[in-house]
Design a protein around this ligand. Structure first.
Ligand code: IPE
Ligand code: IPE
Ligand code: MG
Length: 241
């Protein structure tokens, strides 16, 4: 398969593992949810910085399929924070030309949340200045599993031949269907792991890890990371030049 051009006129796709909210709050003796609230404000600021930094797609990891292991208080707090942010930012998203989408399994989310997600996706679908994708109840393995199930259903229904299954057929059944693969994944908080984020899509993605906790991650640091990224040579398996 031909490698995708990275620096197209369309701009970069940057995906971010926004980690470190809990530690940021704990360091101040505050409840973890305070960190999440600051993290949400930071996310808004980083998203707003994207168009001027040449980023056309930004994907934010907000809640993983493993994050249900946290306390009920934290899970409920995170979900209601997400709902509040969507409602509060809807007008700004329109004004700034941001198209918002979600990836992840929506089935376990409550109906109000699912409706809110559907509503903001629909009302922002004509916006083209920035593509914002929020990963909510998202896990890379879970996403691939659901895509595999969808392929199996099509084969069982007789609408897809097993020999016709290729990368494009699988990718078309992922939550990210239609979105470009990320050029760069950034993880804050000093952890150097992927934590089940965009496993299929990041086959040739570059990674940047920073010790900065997410609530402290500034647009200036973001801009510096993008400059460094642009100087990297991406080979997609080709010989070095
Ligand atoms: C990231 O911050 C946000 C979510 C996972 C929802 P954490 O809550 O993981 O913060 P730390 O890693 O405990 O500091
Ligand atoms: C990854 O962070 C998920 C999000 C940022 C939403 P975690 O804090 O959940 O990851 P681990 O548990 O440290 O790997
Ligand atoms: Mg964490």
């Amino acid at each position: 398969m031909a490698a995708k051009d990275t620096d197209t006129a369309e701009g970069l796709h940057v995906a971010i593992i926004m980690d470190g909210n809990g530690r940021w709050a704990s360091q101040r003796g505050w409840p973890r949810l305070f960190g999440h609230r600051r993290g949400a404000e930071r996310a808004k600021q980083i998203v707003e910085a994207c168009p001027d930094l040449g980023v056309s797609h930004v994907t934010l990891y907000a809640f993983s399929t493993e994050n249900w292991k946290r306390s009920t208080e934290e899970v409920i707090g995170l979900m209601s924070l997400m709902g509040r942010v969507i409602r509060r930012e809807a007008v700004t998203l329109q004004a700034e030309g941001v198209r918002m989408r979600f990836i992840g399994d929506r089935a376990p989310l409550d109906a109000r949340m699912r409706n809110l997600m559907k509503w903001i996706e629909r009302t922002s679908q004509e916006n083209t200045r920035l593509n914002l994708t929020v990963a909510l109840n998202y896990g890379g393995r879970d996403e691939i599993l659901r895509a595999a199930r969808a392929l199996a259903q099509d084969v069982a229904a007789g609408t897809l031949a097993p020999e016709a299954i290729d990368e494009a057929q699988l990718a078309a059944r992922l939550d990210t269907a239609g979105l470009p693969d990320p050029d760069l994944v950034i993880r804050t908080s000093g952890e150097t792991r992927v934590s089940n984020f965009l496993l299929w899509q990041s086959a040739y993605t570059e990674y940047e890890f920073t010790p900065t906790l997410w609530p402290d991650f500034t647009p200036e640091e973001f801009s510096g990371i993008l400059d460094r990224f642009r100087s990297r040579e991406r080979r997609f398996g080709k010989a070095s030049t």
